[in-house]
Ligand binder design. Sequence first.
Ligand SMILES: *Cc1c(COP(=O)(O)O)cnc(C)c1O
Length: 390
Amino acid sequence: MNVGSASSVSPPPPLGGGWVDVDLTALGSNYRTLSRLALPARCAATVKADAYGLGLAPVVTQLWAEGCRCFFVANSHEALALRELQATAEVYVFNGVGANDAAALARARLRPVLNSVEQVHLWRMQAALMGGVALPCALHLDTGMNRLGLGAEDWRALLASDGWRAGLDVKLLMTHLASAHRGEHDAHTARQVLAFAELREALPDVPTSIGNSAGTLLGAATRGDLVRPGIALYGANPFDARPHPMREVARVYGRVLQVRTVGAQGSVGYGGAFTAAPGARLATVGVGYADGYRRELGNRAQASVAGVRVPVVGHVSMDLLTLDVSAVPEAEVGPGARATLIGGEVPLEEVALAAHTIPYEMLTGLGPRLPRLYLGAGGEITEPSPLARR
Ligand SMILES: *Cc1c(COP(=O)(O)O)cnc(C)c1O
């Protein structure tokens, strides 16, 4: 189906459950904003975890149309899926390479981010197996995450070993910031930037990559030559507390299945975790924790119906949640009405906070039962991403 204009929706939203609207026009606009801000750095896109739960194929198709040629994913499974979509994209794999996927990565011209001396050796061995061609890769230097990457000692040892670069076409020197989300005056970020500047001196000819979304927005020092934003592309605020220029991309809706007026007994849901006042009107919505609308949101979050903010009452159950819609005019809410659960009047950041988590986890936790409906944008998009149906 051709998704041709900003108002088109395909396929029609389901009747009894929930769905996710993904605004590809806003995604494209966010990519352009980040690309412009990042200049003279190049702007790649991080599309791991099925493009943060929004669907790898439509997201990559849109970003490609915006001129994005470089993508980052977490593992070789995701990288191979991306290679199927784009034969010529530069694809980096954050988790690097293992003995079991080196051949597949090399054959598909994918670029592991080499995180350890062992991974460097594996990739060199793969190059030797393929007749000594230099295989493209990135090198990850750890400067303060202690998660992945070569530490300073590993790096020096590697540099000191004879001919270590043979068989490697090192395209990028990368580091990852632990606290860029805290904003511009973070001491840990400053230390990481300094440490990286020192470590990369050994290979001054190789382009660098530092910035995630927050690093990209903070300034030149936290960018490097190539930035690799993820969450900001998808419209969420990468900062704890700081304005940001991104447009909303994802919105989660649920259908109202039933509306009831409470009688004398107002206990709501499992365990009666909420007691509604007599005369209150309750709407039952076909979205629950199996869809990634987390159970913690019961009695904590709000939703929006017909533009009115309403509380989520009682426990969220697997397939259902309950809203107290007493404040919504009766004519506006009945079976089939649409409740906005995430986005619009109830920003993703607010819902994530109520669930004691972060926008990243809310988005990537949206379940496969919620169809992703794509709005706007050019390109032929026929199906939700196959990975969205894991
Ligand atoms: C996920 C990830 C990114 C993207 O981070 P955002 O905060 O979503 O922009 C960049 N670099 C690495 C190493 C990552 O793991």
